[in-house]
Design a binder for this molecule. Structure first.
Ligand SMILES: *Cc1c(COP(=O)(O)O)cnc(C)c1O
Length: 510
């Protein structure tokens, strides 16, 4: 292990996880621009057709040998905490497992090598795959229509609200209904989506138990309300048990019910949003159906729609003719009873994610999907039960869904904060949980283990949490301000990094 003189030696009692210890300079700082790792023959004389665009200065590429290059990238990869490395307790996030089978199937030439501009009659298998995925998602959610094309949860929200807007326009109420309701605990994308479409957002408070009261919704409803956006289970990890009553008052007031389905993995195979009165809901394939997540990778947020909104689904959409899937690509091809609001995206959507999601569904079956939801909830409650003697929960110590939410009341008077716990976890070899979200809870810590953690790996994580909190309760809270001690980077000035990003490497002045 590399030791660093600036890191004070601390007695870590843990099982041996430590921060990542290899410092790695940039490729250009390791290599020498005048060296090369390969030996190329002199190029033959060619007729240069670049004219005035021919490069006059040298390329200044870093010259490294193969082992130097490999080591550079392997060391860099070790600075990334990855879902394939250890428990990843980040909340409001889900699915920390990307089955290798998904990857294999997504790379089959019939899926991986086709082009969106290929004539449709050359890709019947891809259409069949889309049809199958769509029908799985509609059946699992109890909804009758689906738009596959949205490319993320937030994009799905946009799709759903645009369908709602189109439905209001068809009723002649688009001008009148300008308000969208959202609970205080809503994910930031909900109000952002509504605002993007010109809606005014009104906040619904939460009850002391962390859920939404239908009476509070009713009080806000009126002829100016277009829709409510509600997450279930909500971002506090609690099931909105009055969801049916909420849907009833919303519909009675002539408004639509948008459900944020980001937490669907807690109820998949157990509850059908369609039966709960939902009109539109996105499904984050990257949160619920095991497609890769994070790092800016492709998301996918198909939207299921109720009968009230189905005909406004955007193009492209699939329909069956003689039992074969046909892709309706343009508004002009719409048939009777179809009034697509337009098109959301170039081409069709995230084909690669659809293949992965369908592979996951087919390899698990309905029983396996239900088991995954149940295990996700069980694991979150195991963490809750084993930490509830040390930590405080904002809505009391009672069962949660797929994620458990703690607040920072237990830190009062210790000198330590939520952020200190997150940073101390890095020293213990863990990625921190989600902190300071949802905003409605002070110093929130949102822990989501997911279904794929074993009891043993949960115990290791819980032990790390107990060690950190134990140290705080023994008066060591102030020392945590130094954490992380074992990571190559310590506390960063995150604001400055965001405001003044350094995006280019410049050679040190000679
Ligand atoms: C992640 C998330 C979203 C947004 O989904 P993206 O796929 O990241 O755009 C919306 N709502 C909730 C509750 C979420 O957790």
């Amino acid at each position: 292990m590399l030791t660093r003189p600036d890191v004070p030696a601390t007695a870590m009692e843990g099982p041996g996880h430590r921060g990542l210890n290899l410092e790695e300079p940039l490729l250009f700082e390791v290599g020498h621009v005048d060296a090369t790792g390969v030996d190329l023959p002199k190029p033959p004389a060619v007729n240069d057709r670049l004219g005035k665009f021919a490069r006059k200065s040298s390329l200044d590429l870093a010259g490294l040998s193969e082992p130097e290059t490999m080591r550079h990238y392997v060391r860099l990869s070790r600075q990334n905490y990855a879902i394939d490395m250890n428990t990843y307790p980040l909340g409001s996030c889900t699915m920390k497992h990307n089955p290798r089978l998904n990857e294999k199937i997504a790379r089959l030439p019939g899926f991986g090598d086709i082009h969106p501009l290929q004539p449709l009659n050359t890709v019947p298998g891809a259409l069949e795959m889309m049809e199958q995925l769509g029908s799985w998602l509609m059946q699992l959610t109890g909804m009758n229509a689906i738009s596959l094309s949205p490319k993320a949860g937030a994009h799905g929200e946009l799709c759903g609200l645009m369908a709602i807007k189109a439905a209001l326009r068809a009723r002649g109420q688009a001008e009148q209904r300008t308000v969208v309701l959202a609970p205080a605990s809503a994910h930031g994308t909900n109000p952002a989506t509504a605002a993007l479409l010109g809606f005014k957002v009104e906040t619904i408070p939460a009850r002391p138990d962390g859920t939404v009261d239908p009476a509070d919704v009713k009080a806000k409803l009126g002829p100016e309300v277009a829709a409510i956006m509600l997450t279930n289970p909500n971002t506090c990890g609690l099931f909105e048990r009055d969801i049916v009553a909420i849907a009833e008052v919303v519909h009675a007031a002539g408004a639509y019910f948008y459900c944020d389905g980001a937490n669907l993995n807690a109820i998949l195979g157990r509850a059908k949003p369609g039966a709960l009165g939902v009109d539109a809901m996105h499904i984050n394939l990257h949160k619920t159906l095991s497609t890769p997540h994070g790092g800016g990778g492709p998301g996918s947020g198909p939207v299921v729609l109720s009968d009230a909104l189905a005909r406004f689904a955007p193009t492209p959409f699939l329909k069956l003719e003689d039992n074969r899937p046909i892709l309706v690509e343009d508004v002009s091809q719409a048939g009777i009873g179809e009034e697509p609001f337009g098109r959301l995206t170039a081409f069709h959507g995230q084909m690669g994610m659809w293949v992965r999601a369908l592979t996951y569904l087919l390899s698990h079956g309905v029983d396996g999907v239900r088991q995954a939801s149940e295990d996700a909830v069980l694991n979150a409650n195991y963490v809750r039960a084993r930490l509830s003697d040390l930590m405080t929960q904002p809505f009391g110590d009672k069962p949660c869904m797929h994620e458990v939410l703690f607040d920072d009341r237990f830190l009062e008077g210790t000198g330590a904060t939520t952020l200190d716990i997150a940073k101390a976890l890095i020293d213990e070899g863990y990625h921190p949980m989600t902190v300071y979200f949802p905003l409605v809870v002070h110093g929130a810590m949102l822990i989501e283990p997911t279904e794929s953690e074993s009891k043993e790996s949960l115990d290791l994580f819980i032990d790390a949490m107990r060690r950190i909190i134990g140290r705080i309760k023994d008066g060591g809270g102030a020392a945590l301000k130094e954490a992380p001690l074992h990571a190559p980077r310590r506390r960063l000035d995150e604001t400055r990094a965001a405001r003044e990003p350094k995006l280019r490497w410049k050679p040190a002045a000679a």
